[in-house]
Every structure is written in structure tokens, then in C-alpha cells.
Design a binder for this molecule. Structure first.
Ligand code: PBG
Length: 317
């Protein structure tokens, strides 16, 4: 076995390659701030004010990053998340600004209500219950408003049943047949989202998300979730989180032929950055190895907060 492990031959026989083409960079746009704010539990990651968002994307593009997923933090929240779908709300404005300056950037928008509702849940709430069908028209409207602003791909992340078909129908009806859907198909109720909820201020005021996000003890159920999204018209499916779910990524890879995204979530990032702070391991090398393992498991693309570091690392090679 060692014959092919000499340095000169190693790249020739390499099975998995990580490229900047595979990476999707999250962008948190905050309507209430006027300069960048670092997220305490996500060192070197920032909430960005609207007026700097295009510039921020431009900097990333210069580093070789091409795709971005936009999350909004609105000035106002209410029961049904009204600031999620207005023409002049935070995500819609951000997408327009970015598109105006960088039309070749791939812009994905996260479609969910949790950043916009006063209770912080991903759907409409009545009597302490998160309602499924009442939520669908609101997410569909949100997706259409993102498409109108210029999004290339909309990414519903709320784990409501039927969300993909509701969005597909609404997009087609409004003339956005070309806008693709990346569905957070197998999204688990995970402890790894903690830092994101701080970043997006999307923590919930009661209960938890276990009535709509998946139970992490389950593996076969992920296949059923993906199957439904494929039937409903998803163009790209996703497994989330990534690192503790490599078995699920592999399962989905083997059973479906759609492009597969994996979300290397906030808690996965924070763990690596915590190690960096402690000086216990080489955190850049660690991040690279983690992302390669997610690709090796079968992901075609990865949403990751490490993309800036990886861009520096790869382009220096
Ligand atoms: C919810 C959403 C979440 C993430 C992306 N979209 C959080 C949640 O479900 O609580 C998590 C991302 C991360 O942890 O990096 N719309």
C-alpha cells in the first residue's frame, strides 16, 4: 500500500477533492446595526449591516468564494413573522444590493419564520402548537418575495410538511420557474444550532423544535424526508447538521441522484474555534479535514462558516 503514498503520487490517487466551488458562505444581515458586530460564540464571524452587505460579498468573491446563503435579522418581529416577506424587508433589500453589485454571485436565501416571529418558532403558533398548514402560505409568500428580489435559489429550512410543493407552486404561478429550491430535507433537532440562534436571534420563547425537526436517533426517517422533498420538486436536498450525521449524508448519497448539500452548522464551527482559542490543535487543518470528510461521505456542496479560512488555505497550496 505504501507504494502510492510517496508525496509525488499522492495527489494522483486522491479520491476526494475540496474546491471553493463546493462552498456556500452564510451571510447574516442585520437591519438594526450600522457597523459589523462579531458574534460572541462564533469568533471571527459577524452580523453585517445592510449598507455593507454587497461589499462583504465582494470581498469573499475576491477570495474565490462564489455562493452565499443569506439570513436576515429584522428590526421588528411579530406573531406571524410579517417582516419575512415584505418587499423592503431585510433579506429582500440585501439580495437586491448584492445582485446590483455582483450579478454573478450565487444567491441562496434561507426561507423560514423563526428569525421573524416574536415566539421564535418556524411556524405560526396557536395554543402553544406550531401549525403546519397555516404556515405554508406564509413561507410560499416569503420565497416569492426573495425570488422577486433576485434570489437564484430559495432554501426552506422550517421543516414544515409540504413546504417544498407549496413554494414550487407559488414560484411557478408568479413566473419564477427558473428559481431553484434547495430544501433542508433532513434537518435534525440538534444541539449544534446554539451559536446560530445567538447570531440570528432566533431562539424560541417556549418549548423546543422537536415537533417539526427530526429526532437525531433516527436514520431511516431521513430517507423518507428526502423522498417527499424530491417528489414535491426539490432541486437540491440537504442534510443538517453535517459532522455528526455523516452516516445520513452517505445514505442520501447512495439512494438519490440529486445534488446533495450538507450544512456544517454553527456549533460545529464554534467547537473548532474554541479549540483554536485553547491552542490545543491546528484549527485550520482541523476545519479542512472536517470539510473533506463531509465531501467523502457524499456531499456535493457544503454550507460552512469556515469558507474564508479554507479559501485562504486552499489558494496558498
Ligand atoms: C432556521 C435555521 C437554523 C439554522 C439555519 N436555519 C436554526 C434552527 O433551526 O434553529 C442553523 C444554522 C446553524 O446552526 O449554523 N431557520
Amino acid at each position: 500500500m505504501r507504494r502510492l503514498r510517496i508525496e509525488k503520487l499522492r495527489e494522483l490517487v486522491r479520491e476526494t477533492e475540496l474546491s471553493l466551488n463546493d462552498l456556500i458562505t452564510p451571510v447574516f444581515v442585520d437591519e438594526r446595526i450600522s457597523s459589523k458586530v462579531e458574534i460572541p460564540s462564533m469568533p471571527e464571524y459577524y452580523r453585517i449591516p445592510l449598507r455593507e452587505v454587497a461589499e462583504e460579498v465582494g470581498k469573499a468573491m475576491e477570495m474565490g468564494l462564489k455562493s452565499f446563503i443569506i439570513f436576515g435579522i429584522p428590526a421588528k418581529k411579530d406573531e406571524i413573522g410579517s417582516s419575512a416577506f415584505g418587499k423592503n424587508d431585510v433579506v429582500q433589500k440585501a439580495v437586491k444590493e448584492i445582485k446590483k453589485a455582483y450579478s454573478d454571485a450565487v444567491i441562496i436565501t434561507d426561507v423560514c419564520l423563526c428569525e421573524y416571529t416574536s415566539h421564535g418558532h418556524c411556524g405560526v403558533v396557536r395554543n402553544g402548537k406550531i401549525l403546519n398548514d397555516e404556515t405554508l402560505p406564509i413561507i410560499a409568500k416569503t420565497a416569492v418575495s426573495h425570488a422577486e428580489a433576485g434570489a437564484d435559489i430559495v432554501a426552506p429550512s422550517g421543516m414544515m410538511d409540504g413546504m417544498v410543493s407549496a413554494i414550487r407552486k407559488a414560484l411557478d404561478l408568479e413566473g419564477f420557474e427558473e428559481v431553484a429550491i434547495m430544501s433542508y430535507s433532513a434537518k435534525y433537532a440538534s444541539n449544534f444550532y446554539g451559536p446560530f440562534r445567538e447570531a440570528a436571534e432566533s431562539g424560541y420563547s417556549f418549548g423546543d423544535r422537536k415537533s417539526y425537526q427530526m429526532d437525531f436517533h433516527n436514520r431511516r426517517e431521513a430517507i423518507r424526508e428526502v423522498e417527499l422533498d424530491v417528489e414535491e420538486g426539490a432541486d437540491i436536498v440537504m442534510v443538517k447538521p453535517a459532522l455528526a450525521y455523516l452516516d445520513v449524508i452517505r445514505d442520501v448519497r447512495e439512494k438519490f441522484n440529486l445534488p446533495l448539500a450538507a450544512y456544517n452548522v454553527s456549533g460545529e464551527y464554534s467547537m473548532v474555534k474554541a479549540v483554536e482559542k485553547m491552542g490545543w490543535m491546528d484549527s485550520k487543518a482541523l476545519a479542512y479535514e472536517i470539510l473533506v470528510s463531509i465531501k467523502r461521505a457524499g456531499a456535493d456542496m457544503i454550507i460552512t462558516y469556515h469558507s474564508y479560512e479554507i479559501a485562504k488555505l486552499i489558494s496558498n497550496v
